[in-house]
Design a protein around this ligand. Structure first.
Ligand code: NAD
Length: 446
């Protein structure tokens, strides 16, 4: 078969497989097709009501300020040209330049990117870093691209969106299916256009290009910090506790590693290819090595494959870490979630209705905008180092991260107790107050 036909057949096969997998995972779950953005706005409304925000205050901070959509033509290895739809949403920049990752995924929608940008605004505010919210995405299954195609797509994205980006305006970073290499290509494209080395335009870069020590594991380091704080308040000893982790990419695999280092037994892990369970505890380093070799958990021999991957969310564990995508815990499965602590590594893994079920069942949910804020916190520290041109050792970065996360957890926990709300609403109340205050201080131009 000619090469281009093979590539096409492979792409179609992967797309079919992904569709089947999505159906298996989602089942008939509500929320899969529901708009993540609607969920985000519901969360905003719940917190805004309790803060008694005025209509004018809400008008200034609730909705995204700018949505950009472009079509990216890319020359494929076989000489054909394919167009990819791509987005950048800037939600709010009242507290500083917009900040948010770029996602490569076949299911990206503009609504999803709006939700993710919205969460970035409040994530930055909840940890008190001086940045606003944004997010970007390209509709593509990157597994169907060669490295060269991925590079051309990444560069074209930066070139098409270049006027939006800048160290003082909008600073992208990595997200699902993007990492240091994609950031390196995008930085190079930016500096080739702007004619000056400005590493502060993008974060999550390779260390050699001004990336920060500790950035790769920062999200999970922040997550484990929140889990420790929560466990201490709930009287749960981490030594000997159990955990299940959905998603085994950057966030999930590092979270598994840090939890295991704290004495937690990792009894189940999963990725888009399947789920694996081992009651005696999974050797996390072996699973990470397997993924490094094979690209996914598929074929992992260190644990038994689970027949129904979504069952992972329902296992009787102390700690559940959803670290994949949005809308995974819904009204369908929330009544069967048995974890004591749900630590949201992913953005938006729990629908608002499911959240209420978890709250009624007494599950302690560490909400995404707090729980996974370690990533943006170290991205901010990377941006600070880029602007100084002076780089800190990892220990310094980790210490700052821990201090910021502990303070944020404490702000949210105290608000939860004082206002008798869930941790999620408390996190939004803390964050929305900060954004509102900044917005009021700036006033309305013109
Ligand atoms: P990644 O691409 O490195 O990993 C994603 C993982 O999820 C992969 O293992 C993939 O196979 C798996 N996955 C995808 N769909 C799945 C499904 N339906 N069921 C089970 N597993 C599935 O991405 P990441 O950077 O680890 O991001 C994961 C989540 O964390 C996303 O929601 C992202 O927005 C959020 N997040 C990431 C960061 C960061 O610094 N990387 C920061 C904050 C939040």
């Amino acid at each position: 078969m000619p090469r281009e036909k093979l590539a096409d057949a492979k792409r179609k096969q992967l797309e079919r497989k992904a569709a089947v997998r999505r159906r298996q995972i989602a089942g008939s779950l509500e929320g899969w097709n529901a708009s993540a953005f609607e969920h985000a706005l519901d969360q905003f409304d719940a917190a805004a009501r309790r803060l008694k925000l005025t209509e004018n205050q809400i008008a200034m901070i609730k909705l995204p300020r700018r949505t950009t959509e472009v079509l990216l033509p890319v020359r494929m290895d076989d000489g054909t040209i394919r167009n990819f739809r791509a987005f950048r949403v800037q939600h709010n920049t009242v507290r500083g330049p917009a900040k948010g990752g770029i996602r490569f995924h076949q299911d990206v929608t503009v609504d999803e990117i709006k939700a993710l940008a919205f969460w970035m605004t409040y994530k930055c505010a909840v940890v008190g870093i001086p940045m606003g919210g944004a997010k970007g995405g390209i509709i593509v299954d990157p597994r169907t691209l060669s490295s060269g195609e991925r590079e051309r797509l990444s560069r074209r994205y930066m070139a098409e969106m270049i006027d939006l980006f800048g160290p003082d305006s909008d600073v992208p970073g990595p997200d699902v299916n993007t990492g240091p290499q994609v950031m390196g290509w995008m930085l190079d494209t930016y500096v080739m256009h702007k004619r000056g080395f400005m590493p502060g335009v993008i974060t999550g870069k390779p260390m050699e290009l001004g990336g920060s020590a500790g950035r790769q594991s920062a999200t999970s380091r922040g997550l484990i910090c929140c889990v420790r704080e929560a466990a201490a308040r709930l009287g749960l000893k981490l030594e000997g506790a159990t955990a299940a982790i959905q998603g085994f990419g950057n966030v999930g695999s590092h979270a598994a590693k840090f939890l295991a280092q704290s004495g937690v037994r990792i009894v189940a892990i999963s990725d888009v290819e399947g789920a694996f369970r081992q009651t005696a505890g999974i050797d996390v380093d072996a699973a990470i090595a397997h993924v490094a070799r094979r690209g996914s958990l598929s074929g992992f021999k260190g644990a038994a494959p689970m027949r129904r991957v979504s069952q992972l969310l329902e296992l009787p564990v102390d700690i559940l870490v959803p670290a994949a995508l949005e809308n995974q815990i819904t009204t369908q499965n929330a009544p069967r979630v048995r974890a004591r602590i749900v630590a949201e590594g992913a953005n938006g893994p729990t629908t608002p209705a499911a959240d209420e079920i978890l709250a009624a069942r007494g599950t302690f949910v560490i909400p995404d905008i707090l729980c996974n804020a370690g990533g943006v916190t170290v991205s901010y520290l990377e941006w600070v180092q880029n602007r100084m041109g002076y780089y800190w050792p990892e220990q310094r970065v980790n210490e700052d991260l821990q201090r910021i996360m502990e303070a944020a957890f404490d702000d949210v926990y105290t608000t939860m107790l004082r206002r008798r709300v869930s941790m999620r609403i408390a996190a939004f109340m803390v964050a929305i107050s900060r954004v509102t205050e900044a917005s009021e201080m700036r006033g309305l131009y013109a």
